[in-house]
Design a protein around this ligand. Sequence first.
Ligand code: ZN
Length: 302
Amino acid sequence: MARAIEIVEVGPRDGLQNEALLVSTADKVELIRRCIAAGARRIEIASFVNPRKVPQMADAEAVVEALGRPDGVIRIGLVLNRRGAERAIAAGVDQLGAVAGASDTFGVRNQGQSSAQSVDEAKTIIALAKAAGRTGQVTIATAFGCPFEGEIDPAHIVAMARELAEAGPCEVALADTIGVAVPAQVTALVAAVRQAIAPLPVRVHFHDTRNTGVANAWAAVEAGAVTVDASLGGLGGCPFAPGAAGNVATEDVAYLFARSGVATGLDLDRLLEASHWLSGIMGKALPSSLAKAAPFPPQALA
Ligand code: ZN
């Protein structure tokens, strides 16, 4: 088991994109700053996609500009095609995140591309990022199951990962976009992909639709994943995946690993403060378990 992992904060993008309440640019920047104050050093800050399809991300450029360049922080922009890559590069993000769909049906609904087309597009995005002096990473969406096609053949995911790795990303991620994965499946797929793309690292991305999210994160790290995506408060969902619930909550994942002796670089108190603040902005309780629980170990009585 690793002694330390990296948690990528995806709340400002994956967390917010499915929310009907449009969050102001200023509040998005405040969210990112609070995550940085809690220790986040790699953050998905926006997606550069069609604003008619994802209205919450229409201010991507404005978020990048208002945030500036916080010291030591890698700012990720999610992109689905060449046009998005050009926008993200022009806006000045540090890292481009591409998405390849494991199934044709999800790929077409999410980004208008078959699985093979999305792999080609991701390779183009990675090349554009590198040519512009940035880094590129890629996430294989619905790697553990598709809302339309059901089970996905693990051999297909391994083949996709191998092909994507050849384009020179800084990592390949496996995403459970709809939250169907279970730990045994995670253990097997992370191990297989890791072997296929070594020494390139594996990142994982889990949604907690069926209450298996943190168990999956644990299984993934045990199997050698070094980076886990998480969203403050457990906010999130996918507008193109019916029934998909939020991401694993950053504070829940940080608690699990920190109390198990695996460092995350995150400050739990500050994460919880930020989570409660975000709950106020969204006007509702967030899915996070830790945010609802009493502190542990208990704080000394004054
Ligand atoms: Zn997601």
